[in-house]
Design a protein around this ligand. Sequence first.
Ligand SMILES: [Zn+2]
Ligand SMILES: [Zn+2]
Length: 231
Amino acid sequence: MDVKDLKNPRQEIEEAIANGDLPKLLRISGLLHGHYCPGSAIGVKAAARAVRELGGKSTGMEEIIAIVETNSCFADGVQMVTGCSFGNNALIYRDYGKTAFTLAKRTGEAIRISALFDRVNQERSPEANELWQKVVVKRSGSEDESRRLTELWKELSFKVLEIPDEEILNIKKVNIDVPAYARIFTSAKCSVCGESIMEPRARLKDGKFVCLPCSGQAYYQLAGDGMAIVS
Ligand SMILES: [Zn+2]
Ligand SMILES: [Zn+2]
């Protein structure tokens, strides 16, 4: 491979959005998400629609930002298709627990899309519902049951892509206050563990910088249950 030949890393995704190739976008999202599921499929569908409506391209430099209202499967479809990710600071997370997201330009021009689950649930077979309870909710399914659910989910995910947008997405043009660009902070060094820390996260102990884990103070954590303070 010659590095000089590398161009826009998102080219394939941008082309698939332009061509309305949702199955391809879902396959690509699977690289990040690890499986095919209705949640990530709805995220893909919503994100592709929002990008088409809003226009603009993401190079991961916060020119376009996505505000997601859930940390469920949906959010991975949104991240992969919009290019707004946890790591490039173009993903803003609001812990509302709603399957919805807003895609915005820096001018505040934005599209908010929320998912309408009634229509998606109609497509779920009784077998899929039963297996979902057993394998995911109760975590008590056998290997075969887990494999079968993966298979049913895969079928359902690609089916979801074919449902007309208006039946599963509530799409609104909005105008929002866009959060400021991520600031670049200087680094401090923890006097206990020696690791480097973004300065605003450093704490003072006996007049010296320490990191949060070494300080023993409370911190924010985003985990499965959402955002919480851990003390
Ligand atoms: Zn999923
Ligand atoms: Zn430390």
